[in-house]
Ligand binder design. Structure first.
Ligand code: PHE
Ligand code: ZN
Length: 855
């Protein structure tokens, strides 16, 4: 009796079709007898009928499983098998289902279900991976208490919950908290731990372990500290206490995503947990801290309260991203964190919302749920929570969250449940607000001003429109919180930040009693994920860059100025004004400002952002021209401010032992920014010196980036390789940087050459992304008119799909902007997509993505 997965037409699942499962598993007992090619999984599940359900068909999901035996109440049964699971006749009352299946973890290159990574066994079950481990109702609203026995000749055997007993070759784990199967995890192998402990607010001791391959023990301390900080923060800010005796984290080399919140046993991509000053940059440290926090916070928002179905994914993800962003803001600089989040949101989510993959944070249908772990579900999902918090205030938010935890602990909940707790806790009606969850697309917010000098009144006229998105033509107005502050011409704040609540398509708001015409600072702190359209001259922008009391808008003013300067260069070959350079120099040289903020203010808008800005203005963007203009502007800025770069490069040096804190990171960021500019003037001399003297990876990689960007690297690329070839995570940087910094006409060539490198590994998602993620991110290189970038990307996505559909499908988004471009590029991009789509045996994941991307 075998049921092998074969290619069948992918099926669409609809939110509207939700029905509960007919049976409740009271208890699940699993026994794993591990073997690389023939692992046996024995399951024993006590089911009883679900009184809430009408459908009594007993269907269990199962994919790629070899069924050895099955029984009900001890009597052997012969279920009806399909490619997706099994059906069986069952008794009317409670019964015990038992099954034995065989699986082949060593052959599992998709990295879903039970697989092997560098000799170690690990699992990935979200979203629908558990069905590749055994037959089960693999859906998030089916929750149960699991006991797991693991057997195999390995020193470390882990699963969820608390350890019950263990001896050589076997271990038993019990997780007292009912959970859905997507939170199941198992790890086995030759692992070592770094350990610490945490005492919870009610005085319970929790053992904390970070498990790694021998040799990586020295890279665990930062993760342990971040974990302790997260546990404390969740107690202090949300009143949430941890609920097991142990919290295990495992670092895995081969992983499709960043990390996974399995109950009590988080599994991490090694890149999201291992850190050392020599091998990790400040940005790596910041990301690790955020991901550790994110996965830990899921213990309440995701695990204790989970999702009814996968349409509700943003219920756990949006909220947990919001929480990790709050945490980062508290641990580091809140304004800097906010600016970084908005840059990421615009770069990924706005882009997604503006193209063929646009979808609501809560979609209505999908073919492959893995394709919906998107920037919209995560990052826009988080922005929605931020707007809610702004609208109900800090106290209202805390009351609503307390009610959410009290009312829904142990539930598999919905977006409706979530909004209802806000309504009940704050008395606010949220029917219109709900559109943020159900409607796709980024609203455009147009703002015009009217000044009545006699009355001392400033009126802001606001108008919102949202362009149509696939499947949604009509976009009714949304609730948009618009934070506004008014400044006097001398820079004093005359009206502090006020939240204007826009609910109509057009609306006006007035401020009275003003002695003179103020300057308005609109959409402070980026209070809503919208595109602000506001005519304002460069003098006003320079004023806000110099004086705005809202740090986000201060940065935004500089960003908008830079964008206009770049647009002028691209469209009219207009040289940057001296005013712009002066304004930039003032911020860069202002020692009263946080260095991290100054580094951000000096970062020019990205080339993809410029392409979108041109497209929004009705101009077909030419990526080559954008690249040239960006280079030209960077050269101008570098040369005109050279003494400042020299000063900053000297003064921002951090001496003494490396500490990965926000202060040091800010100084190093500004120093590397200065170095990049300096390298445009000095032939790479300063960068070469920094490379040679570097005491940490931030300095070393900053120097190498500068050298590559200015084509002044000599032996450094090879030297870096020789120094770090034994370290996978550092090698990912080495691969990525060369592609990222390649000239447009060279990018595809460089990427192709790297795929032939002995250390290139198609099976390792980090390595694949280091080359092809970098190629997609090198806008002028990827979009080079030769079409080589497109062709190479398609060739390799086709190869990867045979091994790893999930990562392949995600990376198809490299092509999502094709509509922006000229006819030739459109043709080449859609040809590439069609070529992928037409591959025989293409995975459902990639089939769905390419179909959605194509016209
Ligand atoms: N749930 C994980 C997170 O947000 C992401 C993930 C999804 C990981 C699917 C693996 C597979 O932290
Ligand atoms: Zn998450």
């Amino acid at each position: 009796m075998t049921a092998e997965t074969t290619d069948t037409a992918p099926q669409t699942v609809y939110l509207a079709d939700y029905t509960p499962f007919g049976f409740i598993p009271e208890k699940v007992e699993l026994r794993f007898i591990l073997d690389p090619h023939a692992t046996r999984v024995l399951s024993r599940i006590e089911f009883r009928p679900n009184p809430q359900a009408s459908d009594r068909r007993f269907f269990l999901h199962g994919e790629g499983l070899k069924l050895i035996a099955a029984s009900i109440d001890g009597a052997p049964v012969t279920p009806e098998l399909t490619d997706h699971g099994l059906c069986c006749e069952v008794p009317e009352g409670p019964f015990v289902w038992a099954a034995e299946v065989e699986i082949d973890p060593a052959a599992n290159t998709a990295l879903e279900g039970l697989y092997m990574s560098n000799g170690m066994y690990c699992t990935q079950c979200e979203a629908e991976g558990f069905r590749k481990i055994t037959y089960y109702p693999d859906r998030p609203d089916v929750m149960s208490v699991f006991t797991v026995h693991v057997e195999g000749p390995y020193p470390v055997l882990l699963s969820n919950g608390n350890p019950v007993d263990s001896a050589e070759g076997h271990a038993t784990w019990h997780d007292p908290w009912p959970k859905p199967s997507y939170l199941f995890a198992l790890v086995a192998g030759d692992l070592v731990a770094r350990s610490a402990s945490f005492t919870t607010m009610s005085g319970r001791h929790v053992a904390l372990n970070v498990w790694v391959r021998p040799g990586d023990e020295g890279k665990c301390d930062f993760a342990l500290e971040a974990l302790q900080a997260s546990m404390k923060w969740d107690e202090e800010v949300y009143g949430r206490e941890y609920d097991l005796e142990v919290f295990n984290i495992v670092a895995v080399d081969d992983f499709n995503m960043g990390a996974m919140e399995n109950k009590g046993l988080n599994i991490f991509n090694a890149s999201a947990v291992l850190a050392s000053p020599e091998t990790s940059t400040d940005a790596n440290y910041e990301r690790i801290e955020a991901i550790i926090a994110h996965e830990y916070f899921h213990n309440w928002t995701g695990n204790r309260i989970t999702c009814r179905d996968w349409f509700q994914l943003c219920l756990k993800e949006g909220l947990t991203v919001f929480r990790d962003q709050q945490f980062t803001g508290d641990m580091r600089s809140a304004p800097v964190a906010r600016i970084e989040n908005v840059i990421a949101l615009r770069g990924r989510q706005f882009r997604e919302d503006n193209g063929p993959l646009a979808h609501p944070p809560r979609p209505e249908s999908f073919v492959e749920i893995n394709n919906f772990y998107t920037a919209t579900v995560y990052e826009k999902g988080a922005e929605i929570i931020g707007m809610l918090r702004r609208l109900v205030g800090e106290n209202g938010y805390r009351k609503a969250l307390d009610l959410y935890f009290a009312r829904h602990d142990g539930d598999a909940a919905t977006i409706e449940d979530w909004l209802k707790v806000f309504e009940d806790a704050t008395g606010r009606e949220l029917a219109q607000f709900k559109r943020w969850y159900t409607d796709a697309g980024t609203p455009r917010l147009k703002v015009t001003e009217e000044w009545d000098g006699d009355a001392g009144r400033l009126t802001l006229h606001l108008e919102q429109t949202t362009p149509p998105t696939p499947g949604q033509d009509q976009k009714p107005p949304r609730v948009i919180p618009v934070d506004v502050g008014l400044l006097n011409p001398n820079g004093d704040e005359v009206v502090p930040t006020t939240t204007l609540e826009m609910t109509e398509a057009r609306q006006s708001f007035s401020f009275d009693g003003l002695a003179s015409r103020p300057v308005a600072s609109v959409l402070r702190d980026f209070s809503a994920p919208v595109i602000l359209e506001r005519q304002s001259d460069s003098a006003e922008r320079a004023f806000l860059l110099a004086h705005d009391t809202d740090p986000f808008n201060r940065w935004e003013a500089g960003r908008t100025l830079a964008r206009d300067v770049l647009l002028g260069l691209v469209l009219r070959d207009e040289a940057p004004s001296g005013d712009f350079i002066d304004a930039l120099a003032r911020v860069a040289g202002d020692d009263g400002l946080d260095p991290a903020f100054r580094a951000l203010a000096l970062r020019l808008p990205g080339q993809d952002e410029m392409a979108q800005a041109l497209s929004d203005a009705g101009v077909t963007p030419d990526p080559t021209r954008i690249w040239e203009a960006t280079e030209q502007l960077s050269d101008t800025i570098a040369q005109r401010m050279r003494p400042l770069w020299e000063r900053l490069h000297t003064e921002m040096e951090v001496t003494g032992p490396y500490v990965p804190d926000a202060e040091g990171a800010g100084r190093r960021a500004l120093r590397n920014t200065a170095l990049m500019a300096l390298s445009r003037c000095d032939g790479g001399a300063a960068a070469r010196a920094q490379f040679a003297a570097a005491g940490n990876m931030t300095e070393q990689l900053g120097a190498l980036s500068s050298l590559l960007a200015t084509q002044t690297a000599k032996g450094e690329v090879d030297a870096f390789f020789e120094q770090w070839k034994h370290d996978r995570l550092v090698m990912d940087k080495w691969f990525g940087l060369q592609v990222m910094q390649a000239r447009p006409e060279k990018a595809a060539e460089v990427a192709e050459a790297l795929t032939a490198h002995p250390l290139f590994d198609l099976r390792n998602p980090n390595r694949f992304r280091s080359v092809f993620g970098a190629l997609a991110g090198n806008a002028a290189g990827f979009h080079h008119p030769s079409g080589k970038g497109y062709g190479l990307m398609a060739d390799w996505l086709i190869r990867l799909d045979k091994l790893n559909p999930q990562t392949t499908a995600r990376m198809c988004s490299a092509f999502e902007t094709w509509r922006r471009y000229d006819a030739d590029r459109q043709q080449m991009m859609t040809d590439a997509l069609r070529r992928i789509n037409a591959q025989p045996g293409l995975s459902p994941d990639t089939t769905e993505m390419t179909a959605r991307l194509l016209p």
